[in-house]
Design a protein around this ligand. Sequence first.
Ligand SMILES: [Fe+2]
Ligand SMILES: [Fe+2]
Length: 195
Amino acid sequence: MCKKMLRCLPHNIVTIISLLLFLNCISLWSKPQTSTGSEHTKRATLEAVEKTGRLEMANQKLFVEKLNKALENEYAAVVQYVQHAAVITGAQYDAIAKELVVHANEELDHAVKISELINDFDGVPTINVEKREISNDGKKMLEQDLAGEQVAIDGYKELVKIANELGEFGAAQVLEGILAKEEEHKRDLLGALGH
Ligand SMILES: [Fe+2]
Ligand SMILES: [Fe+2]
């Protein structure tokens, strides 16, 4: 080792030590920053997950409430169709009178399916029955039934949409099947009313 190098050595060592100290300071300074950032991200993620969970629970609760409303309508439809089928008179209503009995049975099937869905979504199926309509006039009875079918169609369209938004595609499929039946009922009634 030459003398010149030996002279330089202390100076180099001081420079290296200074550099190491500097790097260590940076490391110490940056570590808590990273940790705080990481904790912040973790907390934000947890909050987002909790918020999503709360939203999903709220949406599911709303879904069950609307299913229960549909169930009340189905019970009412069963009662109304049974009564109308028995009392509607007139030769022009013979065919539709038989069809009303078919409707009554199909509404009962819907009520069973909706009750099962409500139970699947941790709800309690209602035993409340929506308002039923009666009349002494055959045409008026069919109009009452038609109005009920329209309420059902609108309600099931909304329920299918909600089920799809919740990602509950199995439930959406069941509801679509019921919706198709309600549309068929509507067509039967329109036909009987001469539309
Ligand atoms: Fe129905
Ligand atoms: Fe119906």
